[in-house]
Design a protein around this ligand. Structure first.
Ligand code: GDP
Ligand code: IMO
Ligand code: MG
Length: 456
């Protein structure tokens, strides 16, 4: 069977940890979208593994696959594989021949476009990994795919077509001269050919390239358990998220079919687990109706609500809500139920994993954005435009807080050992989404995770 792991909010909900928690029963872990914009953390026997591209299952010696829906930076891929090997692991990772390749010019253009957009407050605050420009080239039918790296003639043809266009874009549209601040080699056909042909040779040598859908079907036919590991989250999905402050792929569960080459019925016959952080955190820009204070330390004097910036700081510090790559403080907010109802519908969740309830421990009360008020009407789900979403006022419900306890001991005892007030909170979320709780996260480690139900 298959299990699909999907972020239900804005990314960083703890997907990597849940992939790992269920990992024992799994044979193959497949990423179906995104690239090295992800940052997935697995804590195993006290050791922390941060992976941006390689599927989290690699830490447990499972076969990892980067599906055709992914955009792959071979530099990152090999850096991560080599780093895991140095730590004593033997990662077995395959890459779809149909997956698109992130080239150096994609990263450079990502930065240039963000700069231009920032003048109009349109910048998404991207990770700068070239994700958007690579998906643009995929849709524009001028991309380079992993399969092309294995064939020198095709690779040269593709580069000869696309690279001159990129030079024109940078020089004539952005008005930036190559060389100086901008690495001219990133726009040099011969240099790119040499480097990327080298990557192709390594992929070939190590037998990494696969016809993804066929590979997975063979594994399913042989009785393997397959996990689809989503990156990012539903509200930054390019179709179902807060456009344009989104990523350029489909983290939602439908992406697991399109992005791997198995049918939607295969994904649908399995389980789809929504990963929920017990509050919100956000690295990028855009509105956030349940936001607590601001990163700059908003106070009642400058428009913040009383006590909010202290609360935000408490949650940010306790939850380690600082970007993994840039270290920038993440914006934080209360749980947003309209966002979760939208996610439950768009993904068809069959189960929930609710993480980080330990982070909220110690607060007198915990609030939840239960609904929105927009133009005098109550909304239970997200409106379809981001402008309307920005106009939504959250209607809050208040829950009694719970104490900090020995969470590892609670995890060892199981669900009933969770403080009563926290269980009331969890039950509310499960009831509102009409979806059972499969896992509760009470800390970053595997031993701080309560498994209520296993999909396998
Ligand atoms: P992902 O991108 O969804 O895989 O999540 P990240 O790894 O980017 O961010 C989640 C962070 O929270 C990581 O540092 C995890 O180790 C940590 N984490 C996951 N679950 C829990 C939890 O239940 N409690 C706490 N305190 N931390 C958690
Ligand atoms: P994981 O898998 C949180 C955000 C960026 C930006 C927007 C577009 O760890 O949950 P991109 O570089 O993708 O073009 O940036 O999406 N973003 C994430 N936020 N977690 C992630 O991944 C993210 N990946 C991208 O901050 O707002
Ligand atoms: Mg992350």
């Amino acid at each position: 069977m298959t299990v699909t792991i999907v972020g239900s909010q804005l990314g960083d909900e703890g997907k990597g940890g849940i992939v790992d928690v269920y990992g024992d029963a799994v044979d193959v872990v497949v990423r179906y979208q995104g690239g090295d914009n992800a940052g997935h953390t697995v804590v195993y026997e006290g050791d922390e593994y941060k992976l941006s591209l390689v599927p989290s299952g690699a830490v447990r010696g499972k076969i990892g696959v980067l599906g055709n829906g992914c955009v792959v930076n071979p530099n990152t891929l090999f850096e991560e594989l080599d780093a895991l090997s140095k730590r004593g692991l033997s990662p077995d990772v395959r890459v779809a021949e149909r997956a698109h390749v992130i080239l150096p010019y994609h990263r450079i253009i990502d930065g240039m476009e963000e700069d231009v957009k920032s003048d109009d407050d349109l910048a998404a605050g991207t990770t700068g990994r070239g994700i958007g420009p690579t998906y643009e080239d995929k849709a524009g039918r001028r991309g380079v795919r992993i399969g092309d790296l294995l064939n020198p003639e095709t690779l040269r043809d593709r580069l000869e077509y696309v690279v001159p266009q990129k030079r024109v874009l940078v020089e004539d549209v952005y008005g930036i001269e190559l060389g100086g601040d901008v690495d001219a080699e990133a726009f040099d056909i011969d240099a790119l050919f040499e480097t990327y042909r080298g990557f192709g040779e390594r992929i070939e040598r190590e037998g990494m390239a696969v016809n993804c859908g066929e590979f997975l079907q063979r594994r399913l036919d042989a009785g393997d358990e397959i996990m689809f590991e989503g990156a990012q989250g539903t509200s930054i999905d390019i179709d179902h998220g807060i456009y344009p402050y989104v990523t350029s792929s489909n983290p939602t569960a439908g992406g697991a079919a399109v992005g791997t080459g198995v049918g939607p019925s295969v994904v649908g016959r399995g389980e789809v687990i929504g990963i929920v952080k017990a509050y919100l955190s956000r690295v990028g820009t855009g509105p956030l109706p349940t936001e607590l204070g601001s990163v700059d330390g908003q106070t009642p004097e400058n428009g913040g609500r009383p006590g909010e910036s202290e609360l935000a700081t408490f949650i940010r510090d306790k939850g380690g809500e600082y970007g993994t790559v840039t270290g920038r403080p993440r914006r934080v907010g209360w749980l947003d139920m309209p966002m979760l109802r939208h996610a439950a519908r768009a993904n068809g969740f069959t189960g929930l994993a609710i993480n980080h309830i330990d982070v909220l421990a110690g607060l007198d009360e915990v609030r939840v954005g239960h609904s929105y008020i927009l133009d005098g009407e109550e909304l239970l789900s997200m409106p379809a435009t981001t402008e309307k979403w920005g106009d939504c006022e959250a209607e809050f419900r208040t829950f009694d807080g719970w104490d900090d306890v020995d969470w590892a001991a609670v995890a060892a005892e199981g669900y009933d050992a969770i403080p009563q007030n926290a269980r009331t909170y969890l039950d509310y979320v499960a009831d509102e989404l009409d979806t059972p709780i499969y896992v509760v996260g009470v800390g970053p480690g595997r031993e701080e995770t309560i498994i209520v139900e296993s999909p396998f």
